[in-house]
Structures are given as C-alpha cells and as structure tokens.
Design a protein around this ligand. Structure first.
Ligand SMILES: CC(C)(COP(=O)(O)OP(=O)(O)OC[C@H]1O[C@@H](n2cnc3c(N)ncnc32)[C@H](O)[C@@H]1OP(=O)(O)O)[C@@H](O)C(=O)NCCC(=O)NCCS
Length: 184
C-alpha cells in the first residue's frame, strides 16, 4: 500500500471513443407533466444517468455530478417517443471531466420519420476515491476534428464556470471565507 509521501503514476490517457455511451428509453404516460408532454426532469435524469456512465467509464471508477449547466430543451418530447441520450467526455482536467450529452427523439413505431434533436446539456463530473476525495482522471486522446472543437469549447465553458464561482464567492465576502456554496 503506498504511503502518503509516495507519488502514484498518473493514469494512462484514454481515447474519447472508449467511454462514449448511448442510453435509450420509450416515454410512457408516467413521464408526462400537466400539459401532457414529457416532464423536463425525466429528460434530465436520463442525461445525468448517461453522463455518469461515461464519466465512470473514462475515469475507471466512481465519479459524482459536480454541476449541470447549459441544459437546453429545444422541442417537446411526447408519449411514444423513443429517446436516445448520447454522451462523451469533451474535456478532462486533473480530477474533473466535462461530459456533453445530445438527446434525440424518434417515434417508437415508425423508423421512417427522422429523429429530432430535443435537448443538449453539459455536465461536470469529479472522480472520487473511497473517501469521496477527488482523484486523478486519465487525459483525453482527441481522435477527430469534432473532438478537438468540443475540447476547445469546453475549456471556454470551464473558464466561465470558475470565473462565475469566484465572482459570487468574492461578492459574499466573509460568507465565502466560511465556505458557503456558490449556489446555496
Ligand atoms: C464534486 C466534489 C467531489 C468536489 O469536491 P471539492 O473538494 O470541492 O473538489 P476541488 O475543489 O478539489 O475540485 C475538484 C475538481 O472539480 C472541479 N469542480 C468542483 N466543483 C465544480 C463545479 N461546481 N463546477 C465545475 N467544476 C468544479 C474543480 O475545478 C477541480 O477540477 P480539476 O481537478 O480538473 O482542476 C464535492 O463538491 C462533492 O462531493 N459534491 C457532491 C457531489 C454529489 O453528491 N453529486 C450528486 C448529486 S446528488
């Protein structure tokens, strides 16, 4: 067992494709809101589930949701839609990863109607050890031009997230010093 002063090797870099995952579900009457369309929370759960699978696969162990932002609902989802949530790691830092999710809906019984892009989201996951402390994640091997573009855009979103958190903590003055959560 390594002692505290021993340095462990950083994990081997991994290609983005090794963790890419799609989760699919048919929407039923149990999933609707009072307007009769699918509740946004149902789609958010699907998004968090698939993004969690991707983050766990990439980091090779447990990873928790640290934030979910830029969730956009573009078109309503209806009962009988077969919904596919596809996710991949866009960016990996020391212990955190940004996972991008694209949600597409098609009719469950008619493959001739093209699927519609209904939602997109970006989530940050942090890999954790047995004690719940952040642990190192593998660097990303970018495989395509699209991967490189998503990586660059994820860096911009990360800079904004960190700057926003810093600005809110700074505006709270002494509250921030006591460790108040920026969203709390
Ligand atoms: C996420 C968590 C492990 C972070 O712990 P922490 O001690 O604040 O971690 P650190 O400050 O060392 O940050 C770790 C990494 O996460 C990033 N990070 C932490 N909070 C973040 C946030 N809100 N948005 C974006 N990135 C964040 C940091 O930038 C850092 O990234 P890096 O190592 O790649 O540079 C901790 O806040 C936690 O356990 N939260 C609860 C998670 C959970 O239960 N989720 C399920 C919801 S029910």
């Amino acid at each position: 067992m390594p002692n505290a002063s021993e340095k462990t090797e950083p994990p081997e870099p991994k290609p983005i494709s090794s963790a890419r995952t799609t989760l699919s579900r048919i929407m039923t009457a149990l999933d609707v809101n009072l307007l009769g369309t699918v509740h946004g929370g149902v789609i958010m759960k699907l998004v968090d589930d698939v993004a969690g699978a991707v983050a766990n696969r990439h980091s090779g162990g447990p990873a928790v949701t640290a934030s979910m932002d830029d969730m956009q609902f573009l078109v309503p989802v209806r009962v009988g839609d077969l919904v596919h949530a596809s996710a991949q790691v866009n960016w990996a830092g020391r212990t955190s990863m940004e996972v991008g999710v694209r949600v597409v809906a098609e009719r469950w019984d008619d493959s001739t109607v093209p699927g519609a892009h209904v939602a997109s989201a970006y989530l940050v996951f942090v890999a954790v050890d047995d004690a719940g402390s952040p642990r190192e994640v593998p660097a990303l091997v970018l495989e395509t031009e699209g991967d490189a573009r998503r990586f660059r855009e994820a860096e911009i979103r990360r800079a904004h997230r960190l700057a926003r958190r810093e600005a809110i903590l700074a505006s709270r003055g002494s509250d921030a010093a006591e460790g108040a959560a920026p969203t709390g």
